[in-house]
Design a protein around this ligand. Structure first.
Ligand code: PGA
Length: 252
């Protein structure tokens, strides 16, 4: 069953763009990108840049803002961390969970991604659960198993209605920041596996859950990726740091 999912274009700035740089970015980006209601655009700045992004977006309710991470616990003695409640209070409506850098640089486990997704939902944040295999896993033909394990684990603490409200991002680790993009066919093959798993969990509603592709997306390759089967949007790192390039991606 084919269902039209409104495209989602999401920018993951990672540890780039402080408040000053973000204001300059938005001046250029917003002048180029007029409001449009046929797609969802989300910016994920560093947490300390969130307020500046919100100030810069004033009057542009067409663009959503999220944080790149939350802690799984509600609150307490976790120096350096921010909770879902703090993210909401600061104006975030989305949160990335289980980004490959969280998993592979900071050692985040499947169990933590499950708890973070649950905490996000509890506070009304829309979680973007990121999954993806490493190159050695792809070469060992483990892509499907890894992605399904991360997906099922990440969603394991959610009720069906919460799963219906989630966003998934498939980001093969070997394609992130490497300039090596998955082909549209590579992406589609994994997105079909994810779609089938989502439909097993929530029935036909699984067709309406956005599945984004991420990994070296650029203005040059975004249209072909968005045209691929079951690709409902993109999560963009490096290429989202150039305001004009990001505007081109948002117009794709
Ligand atoms: P990239 O990063 O576009 O720089 O490859 C994507 C991501 O990590 O979300």
């Amino acid at each position: 069953m084919a269902m039209h999912v409104r495209p989602v274009l999401a920018a993951n700035w990672k540890m780039n763009n402080g408040p000053t740089a973000a204001a300059a970015f938005l001046d250029v980006f917003l002048a180029k990108h007029g409001a449009c209601d046929d797609r969802t655009i989300i910016l994920f700045p560093p947490a300390l840049t969130l307020a500046a992004v919100q100030a810069g977006l004033a009057g542009r309710a067409d663009i959503g803002v999220g944080v790149q991470n939350i802690h799984a616990e509600e609150k307490g003695a976790y120096t350096g961390e921010s909770s879902a409640a703090i993210a909401v209070d600061a104006g975030a409506t989305y949160v990335l969970v289980g980004h490959s850098e969280r998993r592979h640089v900071f050692g985040e486990t499947d169990d933590e991604t499950a708890r973070k997704c649950a905490r996000a939902v509890q506070h009304g944040l829309t979680a973007v659960l990121c999954v993806g295999e490493k190159i050695e896993q792809r070469e060992a033909s483990e892509t499907e198993a890894v992605v399904l394990r991360q997906l099922q684990a990440g969603l394991s603490a959610l009720a069906p209605d919460a799963i219906r409200a989630i966003i998934i991002a498939y980001e093969p680790v070997w394609a992130i920041g490497t300039g090596r993009t998955a082909t549209p066919d590579d992406a589609a093959a994994v997105h079909r596996v994810i779609r089938a798993a989502l439909c097993e969990l929530v029935g036909d509603d699984g067709h309406a859950i956005p599945i984004l592709y991420g990994g070296s997306v650029t203005p040059a390759n975004v249209a072909a990726l968005l045209a691929a089967d079951e690709v409902d949007g993109v999560l963009v790192g490096g290429a989202s740091l150039d305001p004009l390039g990001w505007a081109a991606i948002c117009a794709a």
